[in-house]
Write a new protein. Structure first.
Length: 188
């Protein structure tokens, strides 16, 4: 296992458990803290997916503004917490139903993704570079077309490698300053 997979499982496990604690926490302040933990772990998942801009915006907007506002409102209201042992014990009566619904949901999601991944696997295995070009070139029997294909193939590989280097923030900046520059300058 590589580090990316380990971090993915760690962030997702902590996010799911803290989301469960958001629901089951009897103290509203603890619930807000668990909500902050969910947002931080979701940010980690977005960083693993190389979506840096959205992860930073998630931290700034949700954790920095909305959840902190929730905490201030909760603290200003001075909510008295009365812990009732019977109420806590009654909450766990719904656990079998929750686990059943969650199991059905994850089973449906697994079936859906397995169908999608098998479809994409067949598309990739029958990809443009692997089979269709050779079949096309075998049908044409033209050495000029084959020579053009062999000249163009490395160019496409270098373009694809260069596109992987560009980050999301650079893409947003290039779009803002090229296509939408007039509107962007009007806002400034």
């Amino acid at each position: 296992m590589d580090f990316e997979t380990i971090f993915f499982y760690t962030f997702s496990t902590i996010a799911l458990t803290s989301a469960i604690f958001v629901i089951y926490s009897t103290n509203t302040i603890y619930s807000a803290f668990f909500l902050i933990l969910v947002f931080i772990n979701s940010t980690g998942l977005l960083l693993i997916s190389e979506v840096e801009f959205l992860s930073i915006m998630l931290i700034i907007i949700y954790v920095g503004a909305i959840t902190v506002l929730f905490l201030f409102v909760i603290m200003m209201l001075d909510v008295n917490i009365l812990i009732d042992k019977n109420k806590i014990n009654n909450n766990f009566g719904y656990l079998p139903v929750i686990f059943l619904i969650s199991f059905i949901f994850f089973l449906e999601t697994f079936i859906m993704f397995s169908k999608i991944f098998t479809t994409y696997y067949h598309l990739i295995s029958n990809s443009f570079y692997n089979q269709k070009v050779t079949v096309l070139l075998d049908k044409i029997y033209d050495p000029k077309v084959y020579r053009i294909y062999m000249d163009v193939k490395p160019f496409f590989k270098t373009v694809i490698n260069q596109l992987d280097i560009i980050t999301n923030i650079e893409t947003i900046g290039q779009i803002l300053y090229s296509y939408y520059s007039f509107f962007f300058y009007q806002l400034v």
